[in-house]
Design a binder for this molecule. Structure first.
Ligand code: SAM
Length: 228
């Protein structure tokens, strides 16, 4: 196969959400650079693939860059995988990809699932123009960012964890109480569900709901009014 860095998207829950092309690339590749070798090794075992795995995460990305890229320069092919979804999207990989481009190596995307796109596609909110913000800063700058977002007239996509989803809904209730929100929980998994309503409604509904799992939060544009 062509010597290159292949950006391989993997499932975000349902193991059937991998493309035929991704499986083909993972079978043919020389080695895989991945966020967590245990996660990727489990994934590969589901498709009966055995490969050399190199850990490449937010902490060691700079250190491992040179090693991975010099192997590609010497003719090998490398797949970049994150724990779930598309590498580089709120995940490690961007520094490796930029450095590969600077060294004039071939970078080939093998597209697949991204939680943000799966969530907005079923949100019922406008998709013509949207802002992907990923995770909000945890402490410093969080309130400033929320204020900035409250003035933006676009659909906004946020990622949030089980630990802060309730806090985020409280903050949205404070900063943008009139916006329509879709919360996508546990996409593609057994307990997938969508919560829809204004932040205050969702906080009310939380009394009967679990906040366990992974979440994408979609916020309607400032001037958007739901059509009947
Ligand atoms: N690279 C991934 C992608 O392409 O979507 C995102 C990785 S980021 C570290 C993990 C966050 O993505 C989670 O905290 C959650 O906000 C979102 N996420 C990932 N999988 C999800 C799922 N199955 N359902 C809902 N949100 C998910």
């Amino acid at each position: 196969m062509e010597s290159a860095l292949y950006i391989v998207s993997t499932p975000i829950g349902n193991l059937k959400d991998i493309t035929l092309r991704a499986i083909e690339v993972l079978k043919d590749i020389d080695f895989v650079a991945c966020e967590d070798t245990r996660v990727t090794s489990f994934l590969l075992s589901q498709y009966e693939i055995k490969k050399e795995l190199i850990s490449l995460n937010a902490v060691n990305e700079n250190k491992k860059l040179d090693y991975v890229l010099s192997r590609i320069e010497h003719g090998e092919s490398c797949a970049l995988c994150s724990d779930a979804g598309t590498p580089g999207i709120s995940d490690p990989g961007v520094r490796l990809i930029s450095a590969a481009i600077r060294r004039q190596l071939t970078v080939i995307p093998i597209p697949g699932v991204t939680a943000a796109i799966a969530a907005i596609s079923a949100s019922g909110l406008p998709t013509d123009s949207f802002l992907f913000e990923g995770f909000l800063p945890q402490k410093k700058g969080r309130q400033k960012k929320l204020k900035e977002l409250s003035e933006i007239d676009k659909t906004i996509i946020l990622y949030e964890s089980t630990y802060r989803i309730e806090k985020l809904l409280e903050e949205l209730n404070e900063h943008m109480p009139h916006r329509q929100i879709t919360v996508a929980r546990e996409l593609t998994k057994k307990f997938e569900e969508f919560w829809r309503g204004k932040p205050g409604d969702l906080l009310e509904q939380l009394k009967d709901r679990t906040t366990k799992g992974e979440f994408v939060v979609i916020i309607s544009p400032l001037s958007w009014r739901e059509h009947i």
